[in-house]
Write a new protein. Structure first.
Length: 96
């Protein structure tokens, strides 16, 4: 309600489809404050929720494939982003 008409809204979320995020979740102990049984929303679920709230989806991307130690690979990320396997995804939506 606080977003102006035709305003843009971006949602960034950890990507549950990312191999790196999945590996991290298995290897690193989960935060005790996180409730058992919760899961990250997929990009598809996020788009569905935004459409249900009346938003028009403009774009979805998933950058951030490489950790800091592999920063020399970052120029490849725009080419990989359409695969939607990066560490985070972003859904850009507009309020009609």
């Amino acid at each position: 309600r606080s977003l102006a008409s035709t305003g843009l809204f971006a949602v960034w979320q950890a990507n549950p489809r990312s191999p790196g995020v999945a590996w991290h979740d298995r290897v690193v102990a989960r935060d005790d404050s996180q409730e058992a049984g919760t899961r990250a929303l997929s990009a598809r679920d996020t788009r569905r929720l935004l459409r249900g709230a009346g938003f028009d989806i403009i774009h979805t991307t998933s950058p951030f494939f490489f950790p800091q130690s592999m920063s020399w690979c970052e120029p490849l990320e725009p080419l990989l982003a359409p695969m939607r396997l990066g560490g985070e995804y972003m859904v850009l939506a507009r309020r009609p």
